[in-house]
Design a protein around this ligand. Structure first.
Ligand code: ZN
Length: 158
């Protein structure tokens, strides 16, 4: 394998300690276990090479307003994740811009709850959250099912 390989999910240099994945007789290497999991969910979407970003802007509501120190921690924690472009915290709201092809809202919110950040818990919030999770999964499924947008070169193996 080539250590200069780029991660098929985010385009960064691969980390050789992350186990590779065989797909259609090709071996794929990844920069992180996060990208590996993303690839495994929809390998077809990431194995063709040509790929554009699907930028999402969302607001996540926390159960209470947080102080600057905690806000700084949330920002540095989230921006370390693959696919997160920008994080702004204002009171109890967290504004996140991310590439859906690299990370979903569900993954971001799970990461927040892993570090003990409580999300707003009203029934309407939970309903909205579930709806966004489903719509993102459907969007990714549709992208995986459609042919690559770029036709300059044939897909590998064609
Ligand atoms: Zn990656």
């Amino acid at each position: 394998m080539n250590k200069d390989d780029l991660c098929p999910v985010c385009g960064m240099t691969v980390d050789l300690s992350v186990p590779s994945v065989a797909y259609h007789k090709l071996y794929f290497h990844f920069c992180s276990s996060q990208c590996r999991q993303t690839f495994l969910a929809r390998p077809k979407l990431y194995s063709s090479g040509a790929r554009e970003e699907v930028i999402k802007r969302r607001v996540m509501r926390l159960s209470e307003a947080i102080d600057e120190e905690v806000a700084a921690l949330i920002i540095s924690y989230l921006t370390q994740m693959m696919g997160i472009k920008e994080v702004v915290v204002e009171g109890e709201k967290v504004y996140v811009i991310y590439d859906l092809l690299q990370i979903t809202k569900k993954q971001i919110e799970e990461a927040l709850s892993e570090v003990g950040i409580q999300l707003g818990g009203g029934w309407l919030e939970r309903l909205r959250r579930g709806w966004v999770y489903d719509s993102e999964e459907i969007e990714l499924d549709n992208l995986a099912a459609s042919p690559a947008a770029c036709c300059n070169k044939p897909p590998p193996g064609a």
